[in-house]
Design a protein around this ligand. Structure first.
Ligand SMILES: *Cc1c(COP(=O)(O)O)cnc(C)c1O
Length: 649
């Protein structure tokens, strides 16, 4: 227990006074300019905007208006908005940046990007990429048989690559070889030495010579969360000894001419450009020596890993990155060009498999706040009892002594006496009523402290912890596990903010809780330029006015990694894009119903109704409910089954 502190500590601070709040201040507070990449902004009405673009026009669309439009159409929240214009824009940026880097440095190879399907496998994404990507011959990377099967139905550009990674069985290999025969540019990547025999056997059986790639395991480690993906302990790829064995084997059977590509993947979200340059250097050294070994080569595939600046800090923090797309491209092209020149090897064509960097911006999750439980519940001073235990008297005295100059001291003392009271209660020397009164005084003191703190411009370091106990829980109508799993699984940060009322100062200090009853179902780490913030400033709820919060940059990995925790299912999904300067809603996909999610876990909705009906009939027979009540109750049950899994209002 903390003993009562006596020294008067004074928290130096400047007061905010009665300054007026502006939308610019909101934009700064939530860092929109830093992470929004020019796609997101704040307008004069205090709404978050998204900048959409079609071939002819550009416009900034208010997300609040989009959501109101959906509500009018009867689509309930939570909803996942997908903006195909942002996807197009990222594909363009990636391809043009490589083009520019190639021109600027006089590089003598071409760039052909591929999109790794696993990052967001939704059909809508695959369709957009194969349609829009045509102009750049942008291809696909498949890491499994189902992904290859989806790719083969959508990607028919003979100039675009289809890269086949992952474990390959006979069916997988045959599909790849036959599709190659039909005119597609398919690369079969050896992930492990044992795959070679099967590929050679299928090649002889089908009469198709494969385009072989070899995935190498670099000794250079990545950086950030996935640094183990590369390095000696990584599970995929061939080490140097195995690469040599493969080369010798190919020589022996006369297939060395089929070896055309070297591939590596350093892991995802590599925040540090130095790690990217290093990986690239090691890989291109291997590439050059494979050329010298007599392999055909011609293509170097640098994998994924390009990071997204989720927190907008532009640093090598794990949820950020210290480089832009343009810098990534010019560094890669420069390193590869230089090493090849030195070795006297022709410049290879380049493939990159950026997934996260291409689709993260594409989706935004929007949900409404259902309720707030406030720590600051006690504005009014509780009563002063006539007779009370000393600890209760002490806590009341702490309240009397509280001023701006002794916040920390009073906080410590209040905690101390409250805990003393709890101990006294535990041992039977204080009543529940007395303990209750002490806790009411405790909350009253905290309420006053938080008011005083909110006037401080900078919360002094020693009051930080205090301030993080004074949070309000905002209950959002969403499931973290379904919609933002990486926030839970790997502590990844995403930008979160209200999408309206940004012309008002957000006075509440919030933590977001979802509607799963899991104590992990909360977001309590937020982006911050220098650190990780423990609270999110939000506005006070207004009666009868919905309050909308959005999580941004959730286009990569979140959708299919999400699960059915508490049986909260897929959210509604709506595509929004611009046509002639106006936003159009397309691709509305209804989220899971209760009956959908129950059938995923093997319940039969019909059987559920039967069982419940039998139970209700028994209640009628026993005289607990009337037949009419039975009908109403059953109607409710059926409506529940047919409804959305989220909170419906
Ligand atoms: C996951 C993966 C990618 C995509 O990585 P990002 O970091 O999303 O760009 C690319 N290539 C391979 C082989 C992968 O496994």
């Amino acid at each position: 227990m903390i003993p009562p502190s006596s020294a008067a500590t004074s928290a130096k601070s400047t007061k905010r006074g009665s300054e007026t709040w502006t939308t610019e201040k909101s934009s700064e507070l939530y860092g929109v300019e830093s992470w929004g990449h020019g796609f997101f902004g704040v307008n004069k009405q205090g709404h978050v905007t998204v900048r959409l673009q079609d071939e002819e026009s550009k416009a900034e669309i208010s997300l609040h208006d989009v959501i109101e439009g959906l509500r009018d159409r009867g689509t309930p929240l939570p909803v996942l908005l997908r903006f195909r214009d942002l996807l197009h824009s990222r594909i363009t940026e990636l391809n043009l940046s490589f083009r520019k880097a190639i021109q600027d440095s006089g590089y003598r190879g071409e760039y052909r990007g591929v999109y790794p399907i696993k990052v967001n496998q939704q059909r809508q994404v695959l369709e957009e990429i194969s349609e829009f990507g045509k102009r750049y011959h942008y291809g696909l990377e498949a890491g499994s048989k189902p992904e290859l099967i989806a790719a083969l139905a959508h990607m028919h550009d003979p100039e675009a690559y289809i890269i086949c990674n992952g474990y390959k069985d006979e069916e997988f290999i045959d599909l790849a070889l036959h599709s190659q025969k039909m005119g597609l540019k398919i690369m079969l990547v050896l992930e492990m030495p044992s795959e070679l025999d099967l590929i050679l056997e299928r090649s002889r059986a089908t009469g198709v010579l494969p385009n072989l790639g070899v995935r190498v395991r670099l000794s250079t480690r990545g950086s950030g969360h996935w640094q183990e993906s590369a390095g000696d302990k990584s599970v995929f790829g061939l080490n140097a000894a195995q690469v040599i064995q493969v080369v010798d084997k190919l020589k022996e059977v006369g297939y060395l001419g089929c070896l055309k590509m070297l591939h590596y993947h350093q892991g995802s979200q590599i925040p540090n450009i130095a790690a990217i340059r290093e990986g690239c250097t090691e890989a291109v050294r291997m590439y050059c020596d494979l050329v010298k070994e007599g392999a055909t080569m011609g293509v170097l595939d640098i994998g994924g890993g390009m990071a997204v600046d989720y927190d907008g800090s532009h640093t090598n923090f794990h949820s950020s990155c210290n480089y832009s797309v343009a810098e990534y491209c010019s560094d890669v092209v420069e390193v590869i060009g230089q090493v090849c020149d030195k070795a006297g090897v022709p410049h290879p064509n380049l493939i990159s498999e950026s997934g996260r960097a291409v689709v993260a911006y594409y989706s935004v999750l929007v949900f409404n706040i259902l309720d707030v439980t406030s720590a600051q519940t006690s504005e009014e001073a509780p009563p002063i009892p006539e007779k009370a235990p000393q600890n209760l008297i002490n806590i009341i005295e702490v309240n009397n002594a509280l001023s701006e100059k002794n916040l920390q001291e009073c906080f410590n003392d209040a905690v101390y006496y409250r805990d003393q009271m709890r101990a006294q209660f535990f041992y039977g020397s204080a009543t529940l009523r007395e303990r209750g009164l002490a806790e009411a005084w405790f909350w009253h003191i905290l309420t006053r402290i938080s008011k005083l703190i909110s006037k401080l411009d900078d919360i002094p370091e020693d009051l930080r912890e205090l301030s993080s106990t004074l949070v309000d829980f905002y209950y959002g109508n969403f499931s973290l596990f379904q919609s933002v799993p990486d926030s839970w699984a790997i502590d990844q940060l995403f930008p979160v903010m209200p999408i309206h009322r940004l012309d008002e100062k957000p006075n509440q200090r919030a933590v977001l809780a979802d509607i799963t009853c899991d104590c992990d179902g909360k977001i309590d780490r937020f982006i911050d330029k220098e650190d990780v913030a423990k609270i999110l400033p939000l506005h006070e709820l207004k009666a009868d006015d919905p309050y909308y919060v959005a999580v941004f940059l959730v286009g990569a990995y979140q959708e299919t990694l999400g699960d059915l925790h508490n049986l909260l299912g897929d959210t509604n999904v709506v595509g929004v894009h611009l046509e002639n300067g106006k936003p159009v809603y397309t691709h509305e996909v209804e989220g899971d119903t209760v009956s959908d999610v129950l059938s995923y876990v093997e319940y039969d909705p019909k059987d559920l109704v039967t069982r419940f009906r039998n139970f209700a009939e028994k209640a009628v027979v026993d005289g607990r409910i009337s037949p009419k009540e039975r009908r109403e109750i059953l109607d409710r049950y059926r409506a529940g089954l047919a409804g959305y899994t989220y909170f419906e209002s």
